[in-house]
Design a protein around this ligand. Structure first.
Ligand SMILES: C[S@@+](CC[C@H](N)C(=O)[O-])C[C@H]1O[C@@H](n2cnc3c(N)ncnc32)[C@H](O)[C@@H]1O
Length: 315
């Protein structure tokens, strides 16, 4: 079975590794995952590029050619270069050893040039061959040229809006599939709706503030997205629960946005009406954790600044 590798940024490492696992399992529940620090190896029938298209924190990715026993590559190993005009070699050192990386990359390039017609090209080559060192195992891998992901455009912003990366990761952690529908009952500027539609997931946004509904609509329109926006209190979601498969939302914090009640009261009420049998990812201020004692599959703590740490709860 093909193996793909993903080198993740270390900003939110636990979220990042769990996200890759969730996406891989969503596409193929028999996927096997191995995590070595910020390197994730996935054995799956799903092409790694499909996983990368959804994932938020991938810095580098490709397919594993083989585990490395010595430093030698032969013609058979670089069959991937058969139709390539250009290639480059890159060393990813995730081990605690020190290597002379430019020297290694250049000698690997020389080695490959002996049995391939492809020429070394440092920028945007057809194929990148990777040599990956970790403290446990070492690998040869490769990736093909690919286009950068298109990001949704946001024309209207607001101070309380959620970073798109955290929104996207929440959607992926609950494993919503293309064609399914998500609901954000506190949609604000529409960040969740934009991320959702950019992954082919339909979305319904609810916000009780007219101004926020208008901002969301404008943000959707510029991207030609079709999410529905309902100007209503969040409790509307109980009436439309047959229309969506999961909830991803960022609850009010009691600052910079209007709120119908205190954050604690809203969270309490929200938890009491939350539809059963739906996938749910919510974010709220961590201060509420000791009072609320909410339980779920997993909790993540996201530090923003001295006076704001947020909790992501997956149910
Ligand atoms: C933290 S903001 C959400 C930000 C959003 N994730 C974004 O990226 O723009 C919370 C939102 O909840 C809305 N809100 C507050 N109380 C509400 C209620 N009772 N029902 C629905 N929406 C409410 C506010 O208008 C605000 O837009």
């Amino acid at each position: 079975m093909p193996e793909s590798f993903f080198v993740l940024s270390k900003d939110y490492l636990e979220l990042a590794t769990d996200e890759i696992t969730a996406i891989a399992k969503m596409y193929d529940r028999f996927s096997k995952i191995k995590i070595i620090s910020n390197l994730v190896i996935v054995q799956s029938k799903t092409n790694g590029n499909e996983i990368v298209k959804r994932a938020t924190f991938v810095k580098t990715s490709g397919q594993i050619l083989r585990k490395m026993s010595g430093l030698f590559l032969d013609e058979e190993n670089v069959g991937v270069l058969k139709n390539a005009k250009s290639f480059v070699c890159r060393v990813i050192n995730l081990s605690s050893n020190q290597f002379n990386i430019p020297e290694l990359e250049s000698s690997m390039g020389d080695m490959i040039s002996k049995f391939s017609h492809a020429k070394v090209k440092l920028e945007n080559p057809d194929i990148t061959v990777y040599l990956i060192f970790t403290n446990e195992e070492n690998f040869f891998g490769f990736s093909e040229k690919h286009e950068d992901k298109k990001r949704p455009i946001k024309v209207k912003k607001y101070p309380h809006e959620l970073e798109w990366k955290l929104t996207r990761v929440m959607i992926n952690l609950i494993g919503l599939k293309k064609g399914q529908t998500l609901c954000d009952p506190f949609c604000g500027t529409g960040t969740t709706l934009l991320e959702s539609e950019s992954m082919g997931i339909n979305a319904i946004g609810i916000d009780f503030d007219e101004k926020m509904c208008e901002i969301s609509k404008e943000n959707l329109k510029i991207n030609n997205y079709k999410s529905k926006i309902l100007k209503s209190d969040f409790q509307k979601l109980t009436k439309i629960s047959d229309d969506f498969d999961g909830i991803v939302t960022d609850l009010p914090y009691g600052r910079s946005s209007k709120a119908s009640d205190k954050p604690e009261e809203i969270l309490k009420k929200f938890m009491s009406i939350m539809p059963k049998n739906k996938k749910i990812a919510i974010m709220y201020k961590q201060e509420l954790d000791p009072k609320m004692k909410l339980k779920g599959l997993k909790k993540y703590q996201i530090y923003r600044h001295k006076s704001l740490t947020r909790t992501i709860l997956i149910k």
